[in-house]
Design a protein around this ligand. Sequence first.
Ligand code: ASP
Length: 351
Amino acid sequence: MALVNATIAFVGLLIIYGCQTGTHSTSPLRSPEQTKRPASLTILIHGGAGSLPAGGMAEKDEAAYRAALGLALDTGYNILSDGGSALDAVQAAIVTMEDNPLFNAGKGAVFTAEGRNELDSSLMDGRDRNAGAVTGVTTIRNPILAARAVMDQSPHVMMARDGAEAFAKAKGLEIVSPDYFYTEKRWQQLQKARAAAKAKAALPATSHFGTVGAVALDANGHIAAGTSTGGMTYKRYGRIGDSPIIGAGTYASDLSCAVSATGWGEFFIRGTAARDICARVQWAGADIQQAADQVIADLKNMGGTGGVLALTPKGTYAFSFSTQMMFRGVRTAQRKDVYIENNDNQSGTGE
Ligand code: ASP
């Protein structure tokens, strides 16, 4: 009898332990199908959401954007196909766009009301939900690398302004003069925004266009997300947008999804947009397109427009945006597509 009781107690303990590891474990939950076959390598990128210039985009500008988005996709995808992590793929794709003055991130960032470039960036790893972010930096050539350094080499998640810059310098990242970020196009946008503000008119619609972001799925079934921006033209008094805020502009968890956002940051912060999309996937069983569309619609009801990339560890993905257009692209084993216009294909799977 004692032996029977002991056996029952032991089995009971095993059941309790099993339930706990199923619900509270920090290791990612995996569906049986994911453990059976390798994940379908996928990378999605965006180069900002906004409106087309009046009269449409000039052919040569469109070609330049397509080439830049293609380079970012290839750079990230090559890392995935060499067996690299989703986190490294996201970071490398974003570096190419930070270095390209076409985008409002790194070189080419928009100007603040005082005529400065203040950059924000964040990165999140779906494996363990580790994250790093920097905000308001003016001398770090690639803010996404600083976000990575905060994640990997400090006990913190987010560092701001001169503290973040001192940290990046101490970690050997490339430091540049604030003039490095200057571009004539963005300077002229600031002059227009200043004139509009003086006349109490609405700021020009293209004034913040060009934030960059990426999400990726690697061969081990892990996902990651990252975002980098100069913020919004004419932003004031140390304003911080959604891009460096985990759960607003960036989120990744292998339990649900990876998201990078772009758009009117105040609304993405108030709506905890990136986390809300993944919460719908995680807790309500929403499919990824549905979850992304619902959150973008909700923000629009609040008064804010923008767009997102979203990707699950199963390889299902979605683009969703409420602006006229979003620069975006996807690469899997089967496809490499860059989209600019609104009427292109919006979702798919990396199967
Ligand atoms: N979300 C960015 C911000 O509010 C801007 C953008 O994505 O266009 O700083």
